[in-house]
Ligand binder design. Structure first.
Ligand code: AMP
Length: 298
């Protein structure tokens, strides 16, 4: 795509500027909470390959619990815009909270069964907040395609179910997780970690990799896989969960087959971190896989 001038939009009215771009091809939305890192930028790059990329930067209050890090969540808009200048992004929508949430908030979108357990278990209103803001952003931007990171696997699946059930005419794509060279999944919350905690945090990706090794060796018993991950996650300050679920509906099966999600969450220092792997078990082979749609590459 031809490099467009990066525009910054703060209000719903500003989004009218998008209308002239709609005839140029699909509008591809990348919703973020900012504090951008290479993982976010890989989604932006993918979006710009598919059409006119629009990035939203909004720290959404309704997806944070009362004792979570909404207030301290990094807000680095100037730096984010500087980073995005190097990418063919048509516009950045960075609204104030009052632009998105009128008071009082009436309708909230509730997740279905895919929102149960995992992050939905430890963060009770989280997915309702995520779905509500994503529905609002879809309504405002009216994208043809939206890209989400597989790093937040349950989020992808819950959004997938919303789009399907509410008949939203939007194609969803889940993009692979970008990692640091030692395996740590990139996250805006990694900046909360001291050097020592940063080392400790490696137990998340190590737990997933060890579980994958076991699967490759032919183990397909959920309990054994979960036990191994839990053991490795002892290095964290507090284990939230280590789980294996079926994709896409997140059922628990004791004998693993087909597409599965290995998912871990743990507290390291002040940060609650999550990581996961999506795998397909087929004909005694274990292959990396995707969550939504056809996993299309272009
Ligand atoms: P966030 O700003 O954390 O809400 O993330 C915005 C989008 O970026 C979500 O769709 C995330 O899943 C995705 N994302 C976050 N971290 C990564 C990563 N390491 N690799 C790829 N995508 C990511």
């Amino acid at each position: 795509m031809e490099r467009a001038e990066l525009e910054l939009w703060h209000t719903r009215k500003d989004l009218k500027n998008l209308d002239s771009l709609r005839s140029k091809g699909p509008i591809v939305l990348v919703p973020t909470m900012g504090a951008l890192h290479q993982g976010h930028l890989s989604l932006v790059e993918r979006a710009s390959e598919l059409g006119t990329a629009v990035v939203t930067i909004f720290v959404n209050p309704t997806q944070f619990g009362p004792n979570e890090d909404f207030d301290s969540y990094p807000r680095t808009l100037d730096r984010d815009l500087e980073l995005l200048k190097d990418y063919p992004v048509a516009g950045v929508f960075a609204p104030e909270v009052s632009e998105i949430y009128g008071a009082p908030q009436g309708v909230m979108v509730q997740p279905g069964h895919r929102g149960m357990g995992l992050c939905g278990g430890s963060r009770p209103d989280h997915f309702s907040g995520v779905l509500t803001v994503v529905a609002k952003l879809f309504g405002l931007v009216q994208p043809d395609i939206a890209i989400f990171g597989r790093k937040d696997a349950q989020q992808c699946l819950v959004i997938g179910q919303m789009v399907e059930d509410l008949k939203m005419n939007i194609e969803l794509i889940d993009a692979p997780t970008l990692r640091e060279s030692d395996g740590l999944a990139m996250s805006s919350r990694n900046r909360y970690l001291s050097n020592e905690q940063r080392q400790q945090a490696l137990c998340l990706s190590q737990a997933l990799n060890k579980a994958k090794d076991l699967l490759v060796k032919g183990c397909c018993q959920r309990k054994e896989i979960v036990g191994t991950m839990e053991e490795i996650l002892q290095t964290a300050d507090a284990l939230d969960y280590a789980e294996v679920r079926q994709v896409p509906n997140l059922e628990i099966e004791e004998t693993l087959t087909g597409k599965i999600l290995l998912a871990v969450a743990a507290k390291v220092g002040p940060a609650r971190l999550i990581d996961n792997l999506v795998l397909e078990l087929k004909n005694n082979q274990v292959a990396d896989s995707y969550l939504l749609g056809t996993g299309r590459k272009s």
